[in-house]
Design a binder for this molecule. Structure first.
Ligand SMILES: C[S@@+](CC[C@H](N)C(=O)[O-])C[C@H]1O[C@@H](n2cnc3c(N)ncnc32)[C@H](O)[C@@H]1O
Length: 313
């Protein structure tokens, strides 16, 4: 069953072509290998070289290993957080690599397996950890955080307009019982935000997305990681390509790329601006690549996808 869970790789050809930039040899990192869609595509196009394939989810990494079985001599799979990439490279005695690809967000397996607790459509434990060895899960956050902190997560990560009342309803429910399952959480949200006929997006979608981002610390340190990696571990001429699905995530990526491209990111008048204005990358395209109408028709998950890329000078 798990083997058959198809994950439609987003921007498969575009992302890999941008990443390789015409090269067919070198060391490339897929920091979010998932089901291995991009990893295999990179390996297929490399005449010589290696791919370091990272995912923090062990279950998924095993799927990628199976998918890339024809290339096992040229790929190294590592269960890690890509934000630890500098450390991983040091351990492997690699100073610099030719490119890094990140396809952020969740994979199909995580969404479709109820026991992972990511999906509001499949009942399961309120988990949502990409890395199952991590202590904090969604159940812990939902049952222990204060009303204010829960509301902040729903508002900031989910852009949920009813963040305050949903948080209040959760805290109210906690007075009687622990909230253990995805279904229980969905029911609480539905009490506050009833479902209407022909509604395209389920009322609990934003709450689930916000919790997932919080549980996995998805936005934490992303900017710092990119700056350090590009400065210290990316070869001159090497590329970083990122697919994001969330406006906050995209904002962080855009700002960080602009900063490293020597642009002002503070918005202050020139005499007050303290931005470093040091140009160490060039931005490949002035605007992100977005999916076409047909892309979205074929794969609804693509509707919010944005592809950005840079090259180190
Ligand atoms: C959208 S999927 C990648 C799909 C993949 N490109 C493919 O085509 O099969 C995102 C993957 O990134 C992983 N992930 C998310 N954040 C991560 C992080 N900080 N470190 C390592 N893996 C991460 C998730 O576990 C998930 O498997």
């Amino acid at each position: 069953m798990i083997d058959n869970m198809e994950h439609k790789t987003v921007f498969k050809v575009e992302a890999v072509e941008w990443l390789l930039g015409g090269k067919n040899r070198g060391i490339f990192v897929d920091g979010t290998t998932g089901h291995g869609g991009h990893t295999c595509e990179i390996l297929k196009r490399l005449v010589d070289g290696k791919v370091i394939a990272i995912d923090r989810d062990e279950e998924i990494l095993n799927l990628a290993k199976k998918r890339c079985k024809d290339y096992l001599r040229r790929v190294i799979f590592i269960k890690e957080n890509f934000k630890n990439l500098p450390l991983i490279l040091t351990k492997m005695e690699i100073d610099e690599v030719d490119g890094l690809l990140l396809d952020l967000g969740v994979s199909t397996l995580q969404l479709l397996k109820g026991d992972r607790g990511f999906s509001l459509l499949h009942n399961g434990p309120l988990d949502m950890r990409m890395d199952k060895s991590q202590e904090i899960d969604a159940r812990y956050l939902v049952n222990t955080l204060s009303e204010e902190k829960l509301a902040k997560i729903f508002r900031e990560y989910g852009e949920e307009k009813k963040a305050d009342i949903i948080a209040k309803a959760i805290v109210e429910e906690r007075r009687f019982k622990t909230i253990n399952t995805t279904r229980e959480l969905v029911e609480i949200v539905l009490r506050v935000k009833p479902i209407y006929k022909r509604q395209k997006i389920h009322p609990a979608t934003k709450v689930f997305m916000a919790l997932r981002i919080a549980v996995n610390g998805e936005l934490d340190g992303l900017d710092r990681f990119l700056i350090n990696f590009i400065k210290n571990n990316l070869k001159s001429g090497g590329r970083v390509i990122i697919i994001s699905f969330h406006s906050l995530e995209d904002r962080i990526i855009k700002r960080t790329f602009n900063l490293l491209a020597g642009k002002c990111v503070c918005g202050l008048p020139a005499d007050l601006c303290r931005c470093p204005r040091e140009k160490i990358i060039k931005i490949l395209k002035p605007f992100p690549l977005k999916p076409s109408f047909n892309d979205v028709k074929e794969n609804r998950r693509m509707r919010s996808a944005k592809l950005r890329g840079v090259e180190k000078l």
